[in-house]
Design a protein around this ligand. Structure first.
Ligand SMILES: [Mg+2]
Length: 303
């Protein structure tokens, strides 16, 4: 089911807020702000799908609010509709030039406003969907391989600059080919989805990322994580997957359930290292985990 789109209304006059709120509250989730500072805080916290922005406000005016939003990668994609009593062509041009999606002058016709809002919301939801297709793996909803590659190289550079530890874990489902042979590909897909969900539930920090690395291989990116932290995540992951109790009569565990093998690569802050190096370290560790009986993790460090 699709969630109700969120609209933030920004206006310093209570009368205008109430009128717009009354017009929109049946179809949208409404938030309000009465000045620019409050608006920026609300946007960063709730990331609305659309902002209706008054221009003439005490303190920071609507133009400035819009400029700030358009300069922040987190908020630049949120459409802004100016709703203003300034009706000159110069004001309208300025509003559109600094990134406004539309410009409506007060007093306005309610049904015109409604349909222009509807258009902007539709475009925003379409853009969100495209972003999701571009970054996520369709089956499991974790990051796809391409976003993983981008993210890995970004985080490696960031951790190296910040003199911070970095860990990568590669994860492979034990005897997954046999699982597909025994239970069919549809059940195999279910297993992949369940494992992806489980990995996501273990990676709770906002900076941690789970990706689908290949067929039945996943990866966890753990920035700012030392070896002890990475081992704790690996142990929690093995346990969480075991707790899922996905039956696998040809599996590696004595309990006849699906298990995973993990390879940890840990990089110390002073090591300069490429994405390829980290992946091959994790790959080597994963290979050892397989050799040593599966349903376990092994570690590769450098130096
Ligand atoms: Mg005003």
């Amino acid at each position: 089911m699709q969630k109700t789109p969120k609209i933030l209304i920004v206006d310093d006059e209570r009368f205008n807020l109430n009128m717009l709120n009354g017009l929109l509250k049946n179809d949208y989730k409404i938030m309000v702000a009465i000045n620019g500072e409050q608006a920026l805080k609300a946007v960063n916290k709730a990331l609305p799908d659309l902002i209706l922005l008054d221009i003439n406000m005490p303190g920071m005016d609507g133009f400035e609010v819009c400029q700030k939003l358009k300069h922040d990668p987190l908020t630049e994609a949120i459409p802004v509709i100016f709703i203003s009593s300034y009706s000159s062509a110069a004001d309208e041009t300025r509003g559109l030039e600094i990134g406004g999606a539309d410009y409506i002058t007060k007093p306005f016709n309610p049904s015109v406003v409604l349909s222009r809002i509807k258009t902007q919301i539709r475009l925003k939801l379409q853009a969100d969907l495209l972003t999701q297709y571009a970054y996520k793996d369709g089956l499991t909803q974790v990051l796809n391989r391409r976003s993983f590659d981008e993210r890995l190289s970004y985080e490696l550079q960031r951790c190296s600059r910040a003199l911070s530890d970095f860990s990568l874990i590669l994860i492979d489902i034990d005897f997954f080919k046999k699982y597909n042979d025994l239970y069919g590909h549809q059940q195999g897909d279910y297993c992949l989805q369940k494992i992806a969900q489980t990995l996501t539930s273990v990676c709770r920090r906002r900076s941690d990322q789970v990706a689908r690395y290949g067929g039945e291989e996943f990866a966890m990116l753990l920035p700012d994580t030392n070896l002890q932290g990475a081992k704790a995540v690996a142990e929690a992951t093995i346990k969480a997957v075991g707790d899922c109790q996905i039956q696998h009569s040809g599996g590696a565990s004595s309990q006849k359930i699906v298990s995973i093998s993990l390879g940890i690569a840990h990089i110390k802050p002073d090591q300069h290292i490429t994405s390829e190096d980290v992946i091959s370290m994790a790959d080597r560790a994963l290979y050892s985990a397989k050799l040593n009986g599966r349903n376990r993790y092994e570690v590769a460090t450098r130096g």
